[in-house]
Design a protein around this ligand. Structure first.
Ligand code: HEM
Length: 534
């Protein structure tokens, strides 16, 4: 009886939700693939990037797709609309509850789990530790850790050119950099003799999203379930015969135990007035020292600091390692660009007496900078991020769009509508960057941009692009990742020549766009490259 009542309630709610969205039915978009899964199968397919491009070309900067059970969702890459969503009206467009709650349960109450005033409070405390000044002081540490990677790779090619999975090594490097730079702790990820185990932090963090994605279809009921007490949730997991769910809980436990362990050590050092701790320059040590000085109401509680630790590692690892892999892949496909970059770096090192380049010297290298920017523009690691409209609202558009009811220059978005922010669509918009917008041309950064770039008023925090988005939730670590990429390229390009192997690398769309080998049944992300000593 109560099952029928629940089913009727669910159907009635879904019908009500769809009717609320009827104003969106006039917005053009592809036909739904099925009532149950809408366009999701096509949108999330590993080779979906071409499909996305077709949609963008056919339907323009605002179009509608279908989600589960006929839910209308919008894909937006109009700069003025995104300015409203990410900047002007940002509190009305938070990340989805599924995103926030899974992050809260998985990583703790860090930035990803917060909204509104609480989110702003956490950002206010964290922003200073991501400043240029702080990045400058971290540069020697970045060089030191990258040296470790360089030595491992040099050993591998000592007997001649060799194929190496660079994605794996960049993943280990990114983890070690954020572990040491962010937490002041080493996971020993660059030790070539260390076998990865299921209980490693690195393994756990890699498994978090893939295991979580398996339960994505339950996202409508998740916000309710996630509020149940932890003991009830764990009991539920034990009763369900789902190995992926059991492993997911294990993954969360491993991440928590590791970050809690690091935190406890730091807290003890802080309370003991430990001299070494007072001199530590990693992000969390600085944060903990500053946290003692601020007023009681501004203080960040212990569980939130632990949440920041896991969130930083999660946010910093795969994003930067895939970006670095993409750069090396492109340089292998364009040897002339690789040689030109090598020359710029060799000259700069010669001018610096062959000492490692400091922060200012690195950021001033124009070709290195152009390669990083162009790669992040054309190949952002995240093609989309999602926001949900929390109130009926109308937002202006840069250009009118055609709907079945005629042209509109302002877009009405009903409450609860999911919005896909088209990061790559805007980064590669031919109306902004010219007809070659989708082509990778580092040279475009060596001369002034077309007027259309500044006229577009792109609401991105970095370099007229959306790769790190903009507004109060923009990537806090974008300078960290810039520095990381530049230090790694500065050291590796001078030491190695990178070229393609027989295995063709293809990039698969997912939460992140990751490389794998064409034709292999095994779709595990990997990027084999041929390395030889220069
Ligand atoms: C190429 C590398 C990176 C890319 C493309 C990238 C991109 C992004 C994007 C698009 C967001 C917004 C996500 C959303 O709101 O849904 C974000 C948020 C964030 N990123 Fe990054 N990121 C990168 C590297 C890093 C690094 C190295 C760190 C830390 C050291 C970091 C820390 C964070 C944090 C903590 C947030 C949450 C910010 C907030 O909600 O206030 N990211 N990143």
């Amino acid at each position: 009886m109560w099952i029928s009542a629940l089913a009727i309630g669910f159907v009635a709610y879904q019908v009500y939700q769809r009717l609320k969205q009827r104003s969106l039915w006039t917005i053009p978009g592809p036909r739904s693939g099925s009532f149950l899964t809408g366009n999701y199968k096509q949108m999330f397919h590993p080779s979906a990037t071409e499909y996305h491009d077709e949609l963008r070309k056919k339907f323009g900067s605002v179009f509608r797709i279908s989600g589960l059970l006929g839910d209308s969702q919008l894909v937006i890459s109009d700069p003025m609309a995104l300015t409203s969503i990410l900047l002007k009206e940002q509190d009305l467009f938070p990340p989805s509850q599924w995103f926030r709650e899974t992050n809260r349960l998985g990583l703790g109450p860090g930035l990803f789990a917060q909204v509104g005033a609480h989110h702003r409070k956490q950002r206010k405390i964290l922003n200073p530790v991501f400043s240029n000044k702080h990045m400058r002081s971290m540069t020697p540490l970045f060089h030191q850790i990258t040296h470790q990677l360089r030595s491992v790779l040099l050993e591998k090619v000592a007997a001649g050119p060799r194929e190496v999975d660079l994605l794996d090594w960049f993943g280990r490097l990114a983890l070690e950099l954020v572990a040491q730079g962010g937490l002041g702790y080493s996971f020993d990820s660059l030790n070539p003799h260390k076998e990865d185990t299921e209980s490693d932090f690195g393994t756990a963090i890699k498994q978090f999203v893939p295991h979580l994605s398996a339960f994505w279809v339950f996202r409508t009921i998740f916000p309710v379930v996630s509020r149940w007490p932890s003991r009830v949730l764990r009991f539920g997991v034990k009763c369900l015969p789902l190995p992926t769910l059991t492993r997911l809980v294990k993954v969360v436990d491993i991440m928590h135990e590791n970050t809690k362990h690091v935190f406890d050590e730091k807290k003890e050092a802080l309370l003991n007035g430990d001299q070494e701790f007072r001199e530590r320059m990693d992000i969390i040590s600085i944060l903990m020292r500053e946290n003692v000085k601020v007023s009681q109401e501004d203080k960040m509680p212990d569980d939130e600091i632990i949440g920041q630790m896991a969130s930083l590692i999660f946010a910093a690892t795969d994003t930067t390692s895939t970006a670095l892999s993409r750069i090396i892949h492109l340089l292998s496909m364009h040897p002339e660009v690789q040689n030109k970059l090598r020359k710029e770096l060799t000259d700069a090192y010669a001018a610096a007496g062959n000492n490692e380049l400091g922060y200012d010297e690195l950021v001033e290298l124009p070709y290195l900078d152009a390669i990083c920017r162009e790669t992040l523009r054309v190949y952002p690691p995240l093609n989309f991020i999602v926001r949900v409209c929390s109130k009926d609202v109308s937002i202006p558009l840069s250009q009118p769009i055609q709907t079945t009811a005629g042209p509109i220059s302002s877009l009405f978005i009903p409450r609860d509508t999911s919005i896909w922010i088209g990061i790559r669509f805007l980064n590669c918009d031919p109306n902004i960057w010219g007809p070659d917008a989708s082509e990778w041309k580092p040279e475009r950064w060596l001369s002034p941009h077309p007027q259309s770039v500044s006229d577009a008023r792109i609401p991105g925090i970095y370099s007229n692009m959306m790769t790190f988005i903009g507004g109060g939730r923009a990537c806090i670590g974008f300078k960290f990742s810039q520095l990381e990429m530049k230090v790694v390229l500065a050291q590796l390009i001078r030491s190695f020549r990178f070229s393609l192997t027989q295995a063709e690398v293809v990039w698969r769309f997912g939460g992140l766009t990751t490389p794998s080998v064409k034709g292999l049944n095994n779709v595990t992300p990997q990027m084999p490259m041929l390395l030889e000593k220069v």
